[in-house]
Design a protein around this ligand. Sequence first.
Ligand SMILES: [Zn+2]
Length: 87
Amino acid sequence: MPTYSYRCTECDNAFDIQQSFSDNSLTECPVCGGKLRKVFSAVGVTFTGSGFYRNDSRPASTSSSSSSSPAPAASTPAPAAPSTPAT
Ligand SMILES: [Zn+2]
């Protein structure tokens, strides 16, 4: 649950409150009943620049690592190359 910071425009009372995204924003100061202002430089919700979008826009097809038939390691040389006949 994100933490929002509010500051009263009347008495300068500042406080943090945890609200879900569906909750309504507070508009009234609990101290003096004045107008509240949302402060966005809070600690809870920080969207850090350009790297934030990279995580979502990744193609989803990269995670298709089927381990049912792993590729055999070619350690044995193929015998189908008779370069020097023995007889
Ligand atoms: Zn106030």
